[in-house]
Ligand binder design. Structure first.
Ligand SMILES: *Cc1c(COP(=O)(O)O)cnc(C)c1O
Length: 638
């Protein structure tokens, strides 16, 4: 274990192992000789860009933490990886169809992200998946490639359908995917009215269910999609209307972050059978759309943990292509174009949330009284005795006694029979006992169950300048794990164990589960703060889902967002900067009018002048403070 090295000399290599950066970094991130997290735009062997250096550059340009850093190169790389992997599998297996990737806009709807995907994806005919009118309009405005697919999922009203049909007229290769049977009548009617022959697909409700956080969107009981029975009805209705030639695509979606390749394969198998069935029914088909689900290895364990995946991208592609072939070839059905809607795997690596630590709260060595006054209550005397009697053989017993006497003192305090200082003395002895037990515990081979987590109660609390609700909502809502670690000082031994609290002061606004090669750990290895020096942490792989699920809890707004683009020689530029929300912005989101706020404040201030509490020039200074405050960043500034 690397930590044994602490006593000798901590090396960068030890940090690499401790934080598992090689496992989850996928060659995009590593630690430099200087002990800094670096970005590797061309993989592990190429040039390195120091994250602390990027932060220094941002500070010099007047950007405060937190900052969401986007590395454009990674978006480019991920899109290329997905296409190259499929291209390789298709070539090696002699598959006859093409691969067509699409990006589901809901995974990161930010204009800048969608625009870059359109740009980087152009050479591969990468398209979009949309589930609403707003997403459709955004996608059509950015997609200039008539070979790229535009998949319309979601419940579609007449307006949505008209937008789709008109987009087809503009040259979009657009597919209407039926989510429920009722949509078909409207689609038929509108396509006749506008005289456009639509490309139609159906979303199949498969029997297979994958394990994972989000799998309620798949499986037989899923609320989305058509049952085989309803799909046959679609075929019949299209035949009656002489529109069966419009039936081109079969779609399904197992749910996001499917960690087990077996579930992926089962889904492909079941949908391939359905596909064969539709071809046998006389539909022309041509496209099989496997939806999303391609997982990201957040914890780096390469297992079927929900935060991981037990397959590589190459294995995913080979499995998909092989499985489709095995079923279609058996029935001599021509190979369709394969579509995948990978969102998470496309954008997760692209963004890093950077924040500074504002303060740390530690359970310090407690000061115990030298002497006991005569009126010392009995439980306090007992606690002192427990402390002096601790040995590796009686840890559990001492712990039980300590809790008992501490609670007894609390009870006496509640009923007014002991004084505040007497109770405080009891709590000090209690913590001294807990600390001693935590130390002694290290000498045991088998630690009693109750004492396993005792270190957690002693963990430091590092206060981070960010909001979990705004920037890492899945960490709060579904306990999703993201790799979190310091981005510098990694050539120093991280001597503290801490959890991270955000600045919303909400008890849920914290990160207390961290990735670990042996599973999940309750605390993170962190460094002691140095006086007058910032300590920066990064939350990695946060490009998928986090930005648009985030909310305005405690009125913490959008963070500053900065994109960098690295050149081949390792130089980089800040290609785009978006200022985070100001206090005025955030207040206006919840229906305040900043102008009105100032007006109300002016009235209050003028009254204070009239009442003689402040002078007119003091009023000026006070109003100045409020005006500056409204213009300021919603996060802690220094
Ligand atoms: C959410 C969603 C996706 C994206 O899934 P990922 O696991 O992020 O790739 C794809 N298709 C549909 C229909 C979705 O709802």
């Amino acid at each position: 274990m690397a930590k044994n090295r602490a006593l000798q000399q901590w090396r960068v290599e030890d940090s690499i192992e401790l934080y598992g950066i090689r496992n989850w970094g996928a060659g995009h991130f590593t630690i430099s000789e200087a002990g800094e997290v670096v970005i590797c735009p061309q993989g592990a062997r190429g040039p390195q860009i120091s994250i602390p250096e990027i932060i220094a550059g941002l500070r010099a340009r007047g950007y405060n933490m937190p900052v969401l850093l986007r590395v454009e190169n990674f978006l480019d790389t991920r899109i290329a990886n997905i296409h190259e992997s499929f291209r390789k599998a298709i070539k090696n297996l002699s598959y006859k169809g093409a691969f067509r990737g699409v990006f589901p806009i809901k995974v990161n709807q930010q204009q800048q992200v969608v625009e870059k995907i359109a740009q980087f994806g152009a050479r591969y005919h990468h398209g979009f998946e949309v589930s609403s009118k707003a997403e459709l309009i955004a996608a059509v405005s950015l997609l200039r490639d008539s070979e790229a697919c535009l998949i319309c999922n979601g419940y579609k009203d007449e307006e949505f359908i008209d937008l789709g049909l008109q987009s087809q007229r503009l040259g979009c290769n657009l597919f209407f995917v039926l989510e429920m049977p009722g949509e078909l009548d409207v689609l038929i009617e509108r396509s006749r009215a506008l005289d456009v022959r639509p490309s139609i697909g159906v979303r199949a409700r498969l029997a297979v269910r994958a394990d994972g956080h989000w799998t309620d969107s798949g499986g037989e009981r899923s609320t989305f999609g058509l049952s085989p029975d309803q799909i046959v009805d679609v075929v019949d209705k299209l035949k009656t209307c002489d529109m069966l030639d419009c039936f081109r695509l079969l779609h399904y979606h197992l749910g996001s972050q499917v960690p087990n390749i077996r579930d992926i394969r089962t889904g492909v198998m079941e949908s391939s059978r359905l596909y064969v069935g539709l071809v046998q029914e006389g539909a022309p088909m041509g496209y099989l759309d496997l939806g999303g689900g391609l997982a990201v290895d957040y914890d780096g364990s390469h297992t079927n943990n929900i935060s991981s995946r037990n397959y590589t991208l190459d294995e995913y592609c080979v499995d998909v292509v092989e499985t489709i072939m095995s079923i279609l070839d058996e029935r001599q059905v021509p190979h369709p174009s394969i579509i995948t809607e990978s969102g998470r795997a496309t954008v997760a690596y692209y963004s890093v949330l950077l924040f500074n630590i504002l303060d740390v709260s530690m359970v310090e060595e407690v000061r115990l009284p030298d002497t006991m006054p005569d009126d010392t209550p009995e439980p306090v005397r007992n606690l002192r005795e427990v402390l002096s009697g601790i040995s590796p053989r009686n840890l559990q017993e001492c712990y039980n006694d300590a809790v008992y006497y501490r609670d007894e003192m609390r009870q006496l305090f509640f009923t007014g029979r002991v004084a505040l200082r007497q109770r405080t003395t009891a709590e000090r002895f209690f913590w001294a006992i807990v600390m001693r037990i935590a130390r002694e515990k290290g000498k045991l081979k088998n630690v009693p169950r109750d004492l396993e987590d005792i270190d957690v109660s002693l963990a430091d609390i590092y206060y981070g300048n960010f909001s979990v609700f705004q920037s890492l909502p899945d960490s709060w809502a579904i306990d999703q794990l993201f790799p979190v670690m310091p981005v510098h000082r990694l050539n120093e031994f991280p001597s503290r164990q801490g959890i991270i609290s955000d600045i919303t002061c909400d008890s849920d606004g914290r990160i207390d589960h961290f990735i670990d090669s042996q599973g999940i750990k309750p605390t993170l290895d962190l460094h002691l703060l140095h006086d007058g020096e910032e300590y920066y942490l990064g939350a990695f792989l946060v490009g998928a889902y986090q930005e648009t699920l985030g909310d305005l809890h405690n009125l913490m707004g959008d963070t500053n967002v900065v994109s960098i683009r690295a050149a081949d020689d390792g130089t980089y530029e800040y290609v785009r900067e978006i200022r985070g929300d100001s206090v005025a912005d955030i207040l206006s989101y919840v229906e305040y009018e900043p102008r009105r706020i100032l007006e109300d404040l002016r009235v209050t201030a003028e009254k204070a002048v009239r009442d003689g509490r402040i002078s007119p020039s003091e009023r000026f200074a006070i109003m100045q403070t409020f005006e500056d405050g409204l213009r300021g960043y919603t996060y802690f500034e220094r």
